[in-house]
Write a protein that binds this ligand. Sequence first.
Ligand code: ADP
Length: 449
Amino acid sequence: MTVGPEPLMRMRLRVEQDIFVVRQLGREVAREVGLDQQDQTRLATALSEVGRVVMADGSDADVTFDVRLDGVSTAIQVAVTRPLSDRGPRLSEELAHVGRLVDKLEVEHGETGTVVWMARRLPASAPPLTPDRMDEIRAGLSRHVPSSPIDELHVQNQQLIAALDEVRSQRDDLARLNAELEETNRGVMALYHQLSEELEETNRGVVALYAELDEKSEQLAAASEAKSRFLANVSHELRAPVTAVIGLSRLLADGASDPLTDEQGEQVGLIRTTAGDLLTLVNDLLDLAKAEAGRLEPNWEQVDLRTMFGQLRGTLRPLATRPEVDFRIDEPAVGSMRTDEVLLTRVLRNLLTNALKFTAEGEVRLAVRETGGDLEFTVTDTGTGIPPELHERIFEEFYQVPGSKALSGKGTGLGLPYARRLAGILGGGLRADSTPGEGSTFTLRLPAS
Ligand code: ADP
């Protein structure tokens, strides 16, 4: 859409001198509508070049300047019209280089003649072209007095010098930027080399460290294996003589043998109790050594938890002698699971025995529930409790909480490490939560299937 019914300016090209005039006018119009210096030169040069080409065969041409709005931007538009001729089709080729000076250049062959359309968009910062402003520009242009070709040549030369200066300064800027870029690249490369050397060095260190670690863990595994083998052998060898001592002391105390004096009876009793304690220790050691040596192969089968809980209730009830302690084995909330029944029973019996040993009043309770795809067995008591900093230490071999006194029986300090070992063999884990004076909860977590 053009602004106003009238074009901005019209002129006719008849003689060669008119090309200088149209060039001046083009620059003038470009300045008035708000194009910058460079764009003014571009439009003026494009116009004089189009004028030169269309008049080359001596024909006249009409030039119309107008302003176009396309909804998004405003552009100055120039139409150069000349009568049709057989040069028409070649015009587009001859004007191809002019297209680089403007945003649009089109050649149209109509009934009335050939029209060369050119357009250059105005910058967003250009002042708005209201109808009043357009009238003002029209009036200004109509007063325009063309200067001589020599003056126009002078202006052109000045524009050329300015353009050359600008090109040189841009070339200098480019050279400076290139130098800076090169410098930065060198810096980046140096940094990269330094980093990759450091990385290589670190990698070498890590590899060496891993090799050392592997060697150490092999040594550790060998030492642990040797320890377990030694424990297993010694405890196995000890079992026979200790059992013999127990048998012999029982024989001595038997009524069928020669009667003993009171003093002798007491001493034989002492021998028997001590040998009994020793046998417990030897058995516990043997169990632990076997578990540690990886010689325990679980026998996986579907285990009915209800039956298993019933058996635990039966075997442990005789230990729960204190009437102040409520011994509760809940009906299992889960019917069955895939595990090793013997090993699982050992862990739970161990935890329940401990709970009964350290609980004077309140309750000792076993429960099981499903949680996140696992089964959680909890043995809870209201006994003496364990200080928080010892919750992990009690799983170390032979460790017993200082000052803790079992209400019944003596311990070896091997029960919990053994239970945790078995939990691991069954694919799960065992942990303790406890508050001194309030009680403890031991949680055995095993995969449900
Ligand atoms: P033991 O019971 O033979 O001494 P354990 O390895 O089973 O050995 O337990 C180690 C120690 O942890 C116990 O000596 C005791 O001090 C503490 N302990 C274990 N279970 C409980 C519990 N339910 N309440 C309080 N203390 C406990």
